[in-house]
Design a protein around this ligand. Structure first.
Ligand code: SF4
Length: 376
């Protein structure tokens, strides 16, 4: 299959792994931002092909994982209102908040439905004019344009029984927050190719320059990832810090201007809490005054107050690149995909779910310096 098969060619992947080994002269720590990249790395064993001195950390780029617990609680409260049809991506249903999950709300009788797009939720609103349809709008810059399109269509078509519980987040402020942290270990980033397809990569240039950190826009197939790591290591070894685009078959510097313009019309940038990380300035999206009437929090009189619940889950340290899933004492014991303690075990993009699926028989990890020993 074009654009897939050639990016999974083992010979070429190994050639880049050998090139990385040749040029690496000292330890380097690189973070892939996106949960989809994490899954590909773990699934295809990309990290195991690298020299031991190259340490890959998994970043906060799983939208389900970083949606704060208070948004889940607000979702459950709204879903429990009479006459509400609450629409969400499937992964969100099992993420725990304080008062259970959307799945337990559904079991208690709430009308919670899985949709694949906000436009599906808008269609349900058209078909059920006597009910209130709420869409749980989560995700990064990749999914925000579809949310913006849905609410713009609702306004154009005067669909008044549709609203959004918005919990969208933005990547660049999260990168800056990671780099500002006193315990930061990251020396280079693989930026998410799909986010940059929408936003371009011009936003990353000032970050790369200010923090002297290489940022490589990278795709999701094994060769994409290995080449992205190679570009990153090459910059580090040469003392350069630039934005490079490995994912040229999809990403342009300016991104998709039409999508960006739609986002600017519908959304305003605001502070946002990230699950396990805390509040990051200017890292979230809210509805502009023009579209505020579609804000489900306002419509249902819900205010979200910051909430972190006592738990043995260490997902926050994993999302900040300080630990790996296998460092969590609950991993694959008290926490499994069937009985998750944290969102990173629920989501199909979560690091814990990736390790559970592909690495749960590994016996040891050293978070800083990573050594893996697979059980026989
Ligand atoms: S294994 Fe479970 S408890 Fe541990 S960090 Fe991951 S989600 Fe949290």
């Amino acid at each position: 299959m074009k654009y897939i098969d050639e990016f999974r060619d083992p010979t070429t992947v190994h050639r880049f792994a050998d090139a990385i080994t040749r040029i690496t002269t000292r330890p380097w720590t690189i973070m892939e931002i996106c949960g989809g990249q994490t899954h590909s790395i773990v699934r295809h064993g990309i990290d195991r092909l690298l020299p031991p001195s190259v340490n890959l950390l998994h970043g906060p780029g799983c939208p389900v994982c970083v949606t704060p617990a208070e948004s889940i609680d607000t979702a459950i409260a709204i879903a429990g209102e009479p006459g509400v049809i609450f629409c969400s991506f499937g992964d969100m249903l099992r993420v725990p908040g304080q008062s259970g999950s959307l799945l337990t709300a559904k079991a208690r009788g709430a009308d919670v439905r899985i949709v694949y797009s906000p436009l599906d939720a808008l269609r349900i609103a058209r078909e059920a004019p006597g009910q209130e349809v709420v869409f749980f709008a989560i995700g990064f810059e990749t999914t925000a344009p579809a949310t913006a399109m849905a609410v713009a269509q609702a306004a154009r078509d005067r669909i008044h029984n549709f609203s959004l519980l918005v919990s969208h987040v933005l990547v660049p402020p999260a990168i800056e927050a990671l780099l500002d942290a006193p315990d930061n270990q990251v020396q280079g980033f693989l930026a998410a190719g799909h986010v940059c397809t929408i936003m371009g990569y011009w936003e990353y240039e000032p970050i790369s320059g200010r923090y002297r950190v290489p940022i490589v826009v990278t795709g999701f197939e094994p060769l994409d990832l290995m080449q992205g790591i190679y570009f990153c290591i090459r910059q580090l070894e040469e003392g350069r810090a630039e934005v490079e685009n490995q994912y040229g078959r999809s990403v342009r510097r300016d991104g998709n201007r039409t999508a960006q313009e739609l986002m600017r019309r519908v959304f305003t940038v605001q502070p946002q809490r990230w699950r396990g990380i805390g509040e990051i300035a200017a890292s979230g999206l809210g509805l502009t005054a023009e579209y505020a009437r579609y804000d489900a929090r306002l419509r249902f009189g819900q205010t979200s107050t910051a909430a972190e619940y006592p738990t043995e889950c260490i997902a926050g340290t994993i999302l900040r690149g300080l630990k790996k899933p296998i460092d969590c004492p609950a991993f694959a014991r008290r926490c499994t995909p069937e009985r998750p303690l944290g969102a990173t075990m629920v989501s199909s993009e979560g690091a814990c779910a990736a390790y559970y699926r592909y690495r749960r028989h590994a016996t040891r990890s050293v978070a800083s310096g990573i050594a893996w020993e697979a059980s026989p």
